[in-house]
Design a protein around this ligand. Sequence first.
Ligand code: E4P
Length: 217
Amino acid sequence: MQLFLDTTDTAVLKDLAATGLVDGVTTNPTLIARSGRNMLEVIAEICGIVGGPVSAEVASMETAGMLAEGRKLAAIAPNIVVKVPLTRDGLIATREFAAEGIQTNVTLCFSASQALLAAKAGASYISPFIGRLDDVGAAGMDLIAEIRAIYDNYDFDTEILAASIRSPAHVAQAAMAGADCATIPPDVFAALFKHPLTERGLQQFMADWKATGQSIL
Ligand code: E4P
């Protein structure tokens, strides 16, 4: 399973990328706004830090605008994935990007039927938003399993990118449901390393080791 970082914070990205466990990055207009930086500059910097897929989202609502913006974004670096909203215009643009060999991440997916259309349009990635579904009382994780079943039934190549992840449990559940990737906020990514029993066990081991008075080196 590929693990992406959902961030435009390049300092945090550098820190986590140093673990060798960050396979890619996703961004969205909210994260760009939060960075306070020029989008083209921050995306270019991110592409210099991570060699894997970097999603950069179009801002236009119409197909022609999405195509123009997406082509400009795709020219930033070879690892750019153009992020397109799951709308009629967005899927028409997705189909054209696929014909041009430009990778796409179709975002704001909230139903299995939307995901079916995205795959038929030739999306490279589909982003079902787990946490936002949970927020409105739906079972977000069920959507991952439904999309997995549909894509397997018809051998679609579109990768399932679990998005709107809120906890380490979400990451594990998405992996069990067959997601190909998950995009994870930095605080949740950092929490993936941790478990209270690991901390407690390590403290005990270190205390016992010190009591032996030994040294390995
Ligand atoms: C995914 O591509 C989105 O950027 C992100 O996962 C949205 O997460 P949120 O619902 O926490 O804003």
